[in-house]
Write a protein that binds this ligand. Structure first.
Ligand code: DAH
Length: 362
């Protein structure tokens, strides 16, 4: 069987795993010569088979053994080469620990998205460069409305193609209009994002963050609003003893409008959200503006207010972060001081989840 010798010699000389594999296929594969010989056994006389059979089987064994040996020799050589090439210098200093942190505002926005997603709210966004129609007019603040003056708006010098004044949005409420116009009803969205007002002191910065909520559906009433806010605040502050007080108020885009106060308790002279309210040692602080969406706003959103009702709310994200995590100067949020960020920031892997507790500290 000279094929056997040729094959064994070729295997011994193969210098890659691929070459070994090609030789295996040529000998033992379906079309291989060993397989052809094995098949030929069937057509032989019993005598022939007795004499030739063992030789064919022996050839198969020899080829198989040679293949295995050559393959493992090549694998060992490859491993040796890798071990020789890769070195680990154990005297090098350990790599620096990661220093970046997630800003508390980003963390709180993620917490809010998680809490509201659980109640069926999607996240909506709108542009920070807005026009005065979306920011004011469609929210029931016509040109002469006094509330426009209260917003300390940053205007751009030029108007857009439709002759609308351009501005930096003063609140996230225009996303209400954009969501109604683009998605129709029913609707359940939150809109977190940056807003701008010309204002600056310890509790005001020219840029800050708000989150807006909007629900549009049939038969929506103030009870739905109160339940939603209570459920949200309990999840956010991770306490069951949250008490709310709804106070009549005025916003052009809601009717009726309510301001929402949350009860606090004094702990070491600091206001801590939870419990409190009208009890000794307790008090109220305002956390949200809200109300039933004004009929005119529903119309500006392209919907029929006789068919659709809704509630809306808006609040400051920075302020929620301060209340939950205990910072007392808003300006430090935007200084970019790495010591502040290291102290108040969150680990990149500390992703808020309801099951894990929305805001575990780094
Ligand atoms: N847009 C208001 C502000 O900037 C906050 C607000 C109040 C939003 C009441 C609402 C609302 O959606 O219903 O101060």
């Amino acid at each position: 069987m000279e094929q056997l010798e040729t094959t064994l010699a070729a295997i011994a000389g193969a210098d890659t795993i691929e070459a070994v594999e090609a030789l295996r296929v040529a000998a033992l594969g379906k079309q291989g010569w060993v397989s052809a010989l094995l098949k030929s056994l069937g057509g032989m006389s019993p005598e022939e088979r007795t004499s030739t059979g063992p030789r064919i089987h022996a050839a198969r064994e020899a080829v198989t053994a040679a293949l295995t040996e050559r393959r493992s020799a090549l694998e060992n050589a490859a491993l040796d080469a890798r071990l020789a090439a890769e070195t680990a210098d154990l005297s090098l200093p350990a790599p620096a620990a990661p220093r970046g942190t997630v800003h508390p505002v980003s963390q709180v926005m993620d917490e809010l998205a998680e809490i509201f997603a659980d109640m069926g709210f999607a996240v909506a966004t709108g542009p920070e460069i807005e026009d005065d129609w979306h920011n004011f007019t469609a929210l029931n603040m016509p040109e002469t409305h006094p509330a426009r003056a209260m917003h300390d708006t940053f205007y751009f010098p030029d108007q857009d193609a439709q002759g609308r004044s351009m501005l930096l949005r003063t609140h996230t409420s225009p996303v209400q209009i954009r969501s109604m116009l683009s998605q129709g009803a029913p609707l359940r969205v939150i809109a977190p994002g940056r807003v701008y007002r010309s204002d600056s002191d310890a509790t005001h910065t020219p840029m800050f963050h708000q989150i807006e909520g909007l629900v549009i559906d049939k038969g929506i009433h103030l009870g739905h609003l109160k339940w939603t806010l209570e459920t949200f605040l309990k999840a956010f502050f991770e306490r069951d003893d949250i008490v709310l007080r709804l106070r009549p108020s005025y916003f052009p885009f809601t009717e009726p409008s309510v301001e929402v106060d949350v009860g606090y308790t004094l702990v070491n002279g600091k206001r801590v959200v939870g419990g409190g309210g009208d009890v000794p040692g307790g008090g109220w602080m305002e956390v949200l503006g809200s109300g039933m969406v004004n009929r005119k706003v529903i119309e500006f959103g392209g919907l029929d207010p006789d068919e659709w009702q809704g509630f809306a709310f808006g609040t400051g994200v920075d302020r929620l972060a301060m209340l939950k995590y205990g910072m007392d100067d808003l300006r430090a949020f935007f200084d970019g001081d790495v010591r502040w960020l290291g102290h108040y920031g969150f680990g990149a892997l500390d992703v808020p989840t309801l099951s894990g507790g929305v805001g575990v500290r780094a």
